[in-house]
Ligand binder design. Structure first.
Ligand code: 3UK
Length: 529
């Protein structure tokens, strides 16, 4: 299976006809591979043969819905075998799968549908309620597929994927796509806070798997990987999907939300060799197991972290407790995956590591020249997995994708030994638990409360040096500046926005620092202790 050399694969991924479903799934249909385990989910293990059949059935369902080449298919799915089935099923017929976050609110889904104009959506039963109001309005969606649970589907006249899986169908021929054809989108709210469809090519999936999955982690057939980050994130899509499929390894999928409890349970049960997380999760697992000495997985050989900077103290504690180092690396939805990373056995704590093979990295000063040692500048990256651009946003595309380079929006410095160090964002966006958070969105939610006159949100470090949202609120009635009102406001935000967007701390002020022109001075609030 691994006989083909990387250099040959790189050529395939850049020139010839290439359909990601043929490569990642159907390539494993020879006798030596097909009975190996590809995924383990709540229903048990699924072989590579089973995966290929499910991909073909998902492709057949999509065709039945009238989905054709370049039609967008939104996937709002919890992690299970049905995710790769629909993702690769859509890619196989030349349609554009668009995985989206299952934790968003109805208004977010509505904005994405308006922007991307999908003809079909596939949703998990767990998110049906959030989609209800979107589907009752005006939209481009002609068909709804429910991933699991046929009774919900029957009641609403939707299709049930599980019912199709029981039927036998003939194999589906892959659409004659090329590596450079756009294959899928991922919505990201980086930079502006407005979600934008990041358009990736079929070949980008293979490049990320070669560069990081194989090049840095050396994932192989013996590995069993587990990612706490879900497949609808670029991070999880590589970790749980394309990396193990590239290597012929097995991948553990967990439908529940990743909490310390669910992650520990899953690791102890399935014994992964590689674990992917975000700093917040590593910290919460350490806290959760404070009085529990049992191992997580006796086979664990590598842990990887991304999404936000990994504080050295968490890496130290993790290594002392589990005997495995955490490799911090920076990636982005636009780059598809990690492009600067620490290497096994050569970790520089507190740094993001060194450029991953296949990527060129530059730190530029204001005048566009490259910065010197230890000097902070703007991080740019170039490489073959980088997106083709944003859907329907030419100005944002022109700002971010310049002369083949991607502007990350991150501030970075490089030390004398060549290690890269994160130095914050160039904009006001926050990464909380590895996920984008726009302060403006949380401020807008707070301002919807009739008792709030003014509000500002900035990032503040918690006891683990991890950034969480901190809100400053000017109450309409000064007598409201009390703990009860703060608790009520948190509840108010939690009802409107995804759970991770709720402020960790709310503090009351009589006014907020603003410039002469009325612009909020977030910098001043960031410095407040
Ligand atoms: C920040 C980091 C410091 C940074 C991602 C791995 O996070 C991912 O993608 P997003 O589009 O966000 C990208 C932004 O997140 N960031 C990510 N990793 C680190 N900052 N240290 C890190 N290790 O601001 C970056 O621009 O959500 C991560 C793989 C695929 C991904 N999409």
């Amino acid at each position: 299976m691994m006989a083909m050399k990387s250099s040959k694969l790189r050529t395939i991924a850049s020139a010839e006809r290439f359909n990601a479903a043929s490569y990642f799934v159907d390539r494993h249909l020879d006798e030596a591979d097909r009975d190996r385990i590809a995924f383990i989910d709540d229903r048990g293990p699924h072989t590579y043969l089973d995966l290929a059949r499910r991909v073909d059935r998902a492709a057949a369902v999509l065709k039945e819905c009238g989905v054709g080449i370049d039609d967008r298919v939104i996937l709002c799915l919890v992690d299970s075998i049905n995710f790769p089935a629909l993702f690769f099923g859509a890619l196989k017929i030349g349609a554009i799968p668009v995985p989206i976050n299952t934790y968003l609110a109805a208004a977010d889904y509505e904005a994405i549908v308006r922007d991307g104009e999908p003809t079909t959506i596939a949703i998990s039963s767990a998110v049906v309620a959030a989609w209800q109001s979107v589907l009752s309005g005006n939209h481009s969606i002609r068909s709804v597929i429910v991933s699991e649970g046929s009774s919900i589907a029957i009641a609403r006249g939707w299709l049930s994927l599980d019912d199709f899986v029981e039927q036998s169908i003939s194999t589906i021929d892959p659409a004659p796509t090329r590596a450079g054809d756009v294959g899928f989108w991922l919505y990201s709210s980086g930079t502006t806070g407005q979600p934008k469809g990041v358009m990736h090519r079929h070949g980008d999936l293979l490049h990320a798997a070669l560069n990081y999955g194989e090049g840095v982690l050396g994932i192989n057939e013996e590995d069993r990987v587990f990612s706490a980050s879900k497949m609808f994130f670029a991070y999880g899509l590589g970790n749980s999907g394309t990396f193990p499929l590239h290597a012929g390894a097995a991948s553990i999928l967990m439908p529940e939300r990743a909490t310390a409890e669910s992650v520990v349970r899953s690791m102890r049960r399935h014994q992964p060799t590689i674990f992917f997380g975000v700093p917040t999760l590593f910290a919460s697992v350490l806290a959760y197991l404070e009085n529990d000495d049992a191992p997580l997985s006796s086979r664990l050989r590598i842990c990887a972290s991304a999404g936000e900077a990994l504080p050295a103290a968490i890496a130290d504690k993790w290594r002392a407790r589990f005997g495995v180092e955490i490799l911090d690396g920076i990636g982005s939805t636009e780059a598809l995956h990690i492009f600067i990373s620490n290497r096994p056995g050569a970790v520089r704590k507190g740094s993001s590591g060194m450029p991953v093979g296949g990527y060129q990295v530059a730190i530029r000063s204001e005048d566009g020249g490259e910065t010197g040692v230890d000097e902070v500048g703007d991080l740019w990256v170039r490489g073959e997995s980088i997106a083709a651009g944003y859907w329907n946003a030419p100005q944002a595309t022109a700002r971010t994708f310049v002369d083949g380079w991607l502007r990350t929006g991150d501030k970075y410095s490089r030390d004398a030994d060549g290690f890269y160090h994160y130095a914050g964002r160039a904009d006001d966006m926050l990464k909380v638990g590895g996920i984008w958070l726009s302060p403006l969105e949380v401020e807008a939610a707070l301002l919807e409360h009739p008792g709030v006159l003014d509000a500002a949100v900035v990032g503040a470090a918690d006891a683990d040096s991890l950034i969480k949202p901190r809100a400053f609120v000017v109450p309409r009635d000064a007598a409201d500046a009390r703990e009860e009102f703060a608790a009520a406001l948190k509840l108010f935000v939690r009802e409107r926005l995804a759970h991770y967007k709720c402020p960790r701390w709310i503090e009351f002020r009589t006014e907020l620092p603003r410039t002469a022109t009325g612009k909020l001075r977030r910098g001043a609030l960031r410095g407040e202790s």
